[in-house]
Design a protein around this ligand. Structure first.
Ligand code: H53
Length: 812
């Protein structure tokens, strides 16, 4: 019997009664409890399993269809995934929401109660991790055979608590109570080596034997990634580090040396213990490099295993495989594939190199030089000795190519080398990633252009065709349909059907409704209702949100100077006609990034001061909810009126929060940075509040000699704001922030201050005309269709991966 024919035989409940029976089965047989004693947790687990079964059945059909067509598979390698809560999403994607609501009601629970128990796996830091989650959603939605590979960190991004003392970090043991959404597959376990030495192989110049000094096991488990409005269910496969049996020292244990007995095992398992909470700044720790190699080694072996299920030899490997590197984090995959091919499978070097280059593509997500990873050569030498040798050989051959194109240009060789020589020898991972791939892309038009013109200019001169742009996008399912059900319903009504959820450009059909008075009123009422739900301030006030990681380049400090200025203006003239505002900040700072944590603490302090001030508090409120994550974003985004995208131009690669907010009808105040430029081009200049220097002016300002005090001296309000900080009324933290602005101001905050304030006045003037504002809001949504991650994935598929959809037939 062909097992694949059997798929679909198990009947899944499609009526309320059947669904309820499935739920009860899971409660009894898998959870081992009864209706009488079922806790909310029991009900949550049983429900999750019931919903999961619907996806699992689709998964089985998907795998059958995908393997049968032996396609080119897309493998997304990412150190981070911010998948968001699963239950609500999976109810939507399996169309079981209504059945589930009925079924759990009979058990005495509400769906909302159970959704509250669903913990989001916080396996990422910020934009890059959430982008990975949006892309896997869209890959499935577009029926593209794909697997996302990542690390199953025991502890995800820290839980943040905000008090007047700033940010406190607590461990995030997200799977403490188990995770009903994943399938462990210990039988697909891989062996990963570290340290040790290499030995020559007699008769071969390029092949070597690597004898590792430490062995760790990688155990996968996968989560299902359903497509929306289609049958496809792909997977994300996450690796956990496990110690081998041999690493437990029984004799020491027997001798009572309990800690020593498990020492080696603990060390091995530490590899997937914790997500590094740095976002786009370098963290030079050996354990981090170990994590990267662990992810890469496990995933490549799994990719090879999958290739061999349908193919033989190596000639077609690159035709059947494309591996997308999400930033430089998984770049060691390039020398690792070379090692597998050359050392283990005895493929000749030149052929292996051709296969490798054709297999990989690299997405760069930054322009900050400090975020381009480099690793000390001596660390590589110790941890991955064979990989270093391979990198040296790759580099030698590459520099020969450069020398042939630009004879005698020694400075160019030095600049382009994969090995940095001064002040210390380091491996430049971005250079390795460019050399070892077929395509390199930035994540927004400006970013891709600046990559070609600045950070990677020498490479763009050598290989102009390699460089591309693929503008980021976001999932309209999660960030409109799930996050903003009221608006989704109105959009569906306005457009006549919900086809926009799979074809977001159809939102353009809302344009004609922007001048319809009754539609506008309903739009406005929804925004208000969302604010009531969020419950952070007066729902009639202008809800002004800045939600993102804390980083000086993003300039939360500029927003804070605006808040202080507003506060002082109100205090000076309490009787004036002020526009009431609720300013909402949310976001985390890397625990070791003290300047960013200072800004958080200062915001919390200022918020408290304003709250306690009876003169200012009726007009100005600052709130800072703790622990910004995907779930919280889903509550804030639908309630925002104004979206703050105020990074120094040329620093934010793209941004994706800007897209989520615009899609939900927030109007952006922003600089010409990252994807803001493309948002403005689409929603129209009149529907976007622009201020500040552009990227070229900003770069020029630094070159010409930037003096923040120049702006301080010439702007009375700016001086007053900074002086209050310096005076110490907001404590030492105020002095520190003021000092850093006055003395250096790396991101030209003071230079953009006046332009920002004037722009905010324009915002208020516009806000006073609700019809006009609402029209702008509708037009923002109407013209944000481009920013769907479905479009992003279609771009990658057509221009970088060269893959086509493989549709999955519905059950017979
Ligand atoms: O990646 C986002 C961009 C955003 C950029 C962010 C990012 C990280 O979250 C981490 C490391 C890194 O190099 C870049 O800052 O601008 O939108 C997705 O591309």
């Amino acid at each position: 019997m062909d097992l694949r024919q059997g798929i679909g035989l198990r009947k899944l409940g499609r009526t309320t009664d059947e669904f309820q029976q499935d739920l009860l089965s899971n409660l009894y047989y898998r959870r081992g409890t009864t209706v009488e004693s079922a806790s909310a947790r029991d009900a949550y687990e049983a429900l999750s399993q019931t919903v999961r079964d619907h996806l699992a059945e689709r998964r089985a059909r998907t795998a059958a269809a995908q393997f049968a067509s032996n396609p080119r598979w897309v493998y997304y390698l990412s150190a981070e995934y911010l998948l968001g809560a699963q239950l609500e999403q999976n109810l939507l994607y399996s169309s079981t929401g209504e059945l589930a609501a009925e079924a759990v009601k009979a058990l005495g629970f509400s769906l909302e109660d159970l959704e509250d128990l669903d913990v989001e796996p916080g396996l990422g830091n910020g934009g890059l991790g959430r982008l990975a989650a949006c892309l896997v959603d869209s890959l499935a939605t577009r029926d593209i055979p794909a697997v996302g590979y990542g690390i199953r960190y025991d502890l995800g991004i820290f839980r943040q608590i905000i008090t007047e003392n700033g940010q406190t970090e607590l461990p995030d043991d997200w799977a403490f109570q188990g995770n009903p959404w994943e399938f462990p597959a210990p039988d697909d376990r891989q062996t990963v080596g570290f340290y040790g030495h290499t030995e020559p192989i007699p008769g071969s110049e390029t092949r070597k034997t690597w004898v590792p000094g430490e062995i760790v096991l990688g155990e996968p488990s996968h989560m299902l990634v359903p497509g929306y409005g289609t049958e496809t269910v792909n997977i994300v496969r996450l690796w956990s580090a496990k110690a081998s049996e041999a690493s437990f020292d029984l004799s020491r244990f027997s001798a009572g040396q309990y800690a020593e007995a498990v020492q080696e095992a603990v060390r091995a398992e530490n590899i997937s213990k914790v997500l590094y909470p740095d976002d786009s700044t370098e963290l030079g720790r050996e354990l981090r490099l170990k994590q990267q190699y662990f992810l890469v080694s496990c995933s490549l072996r799994d990719i090879v295993r999958r290739f061999r299920l349908r193919n033989e030899g190596w000639d077609t490997f690159a035709d059947k495989t494309v591996i997308q590197l999400n930033d430089t984090h998984p770049t060691i995959a390039i020398p690792e594939l070379m090692r597998l091919l050359v050392d283990e499978y005895e493929v000749e070097w030149a052929k292996a190199w051709e296969i490798t280059r054709r297999t990989f593509a690299y997405t760069c997500h930054t322009l900050l030089p400090e975020a381009l990873e480099t690793w000390p050569v001596r660390m590589f030498e110790k941890l991955l000795p064979r990989h270093l040798e391979i990198i040296y050989l790759i580099n030698m051959l590459f520099l020969r190519e450069v020398e042939a194109r630009f004879p005698g240009d020694h400075d160019r060789l030095r600049r382009m080398s994969i090995i940095q020589e001064e002040p210390e020898r380091r491996v430049r991972m971005a250079h390795l990633a460019v050399v070892g791939t077929e395509a390199v892309n930035g994540v927004a038009e400006l970013h891709s252009k600046l990559l070609r013109e600045t950070v990677l200019d020498d490479f763009a001169a050598l290989w102009p065709a390699k460089f591309q742009n693929v503008t980021n996008g976001v999932s309209p399912r999660r960030f409109v349909k799930l996050a903003n059900p009221r608006l989704s319903d109105l959009i569906t009504e306005g457009l006549g059907d919900d086809g926009w959820l799979r074809d977001l450009e159809r939102l353009a059909g809302l344009e004609r409704l922007a001048d319809d008075g009754s539609f506008r009123e309903r739009w406005q009422a929804i925004k208000r209702a969302n604010k009531v739900d969020l419950a952070v301030g007066d729902p009639d006030s202008l809800t002004d949100v800045m939600i993102k990681r804390f980083h000086e380049y993003k300039r939360q400090q500029l927003k804070l100077l605006h808040v202080i200025t507003l506060y002082q203006r109100i205090r000076q003239n309490p009787a004036a006609d002020w526009v009431p505002r609720t300013v909402l900040f949310a976001g985390k700072a890397a625990p070791a990034y003290h300047a960013a944590k200072d800004i958080i603490q200062l915001i919390a302090t200022v918020a408290h001061r304003i709250e306690a001030d009876p003169v200012a508090s009726p007009y100005l409120k600052v709130v800072f909810p703790s622990n910004y994550n995907v779930t919280l974003a889903e509550r804030i985004v639908p309630a925002a009126d104004l979206s703050e995208q105020i990074s120094l131009a040329g620093k934010e690669a793209s941004g994706t929060g800007n897209m989520k907010l615009a899609l939900n009808g927030a109007v952006t105040i922003g600089t010409l940075d990252g994807a803001n430029i493309e948002i403005r081009a689409r929603v129209g200049e009149d529907n976007f509040f622009l201020f500040g220097m552009d990227a070229y002016e900003a770069a020029q300002a630094r070159i010409n000699g930037y003096h923040p005090r120049h702006f301080y001296d010439r702007d009375e309000e700016l001086r007053a704001a900074i002086d209050t900080l310096t005076s110490g009324v907001f404590g030492d933290v105020g002095r520190r922030v003021a000092g850093s602005l006055l003395d250096w101001d790396e991101y030209l905050t003071l230079a953009d201050f006046r332009s920002y304030l004037e722009c905010q006045e324009h915002v208020e003037k516009t806000w006073r005309d609700p019809a006009r504002w609402t029209r702008m809001s509708i037009l923002n949504t109407a013209h944000s269709g481009f920013f769907s991650s479905d479009r992003t994935v279609a771009d990658y598929a057509a221009r970088i991966w060269r893959v086509s959809p493989i549709p999955v037939a519905p059950p017979a």
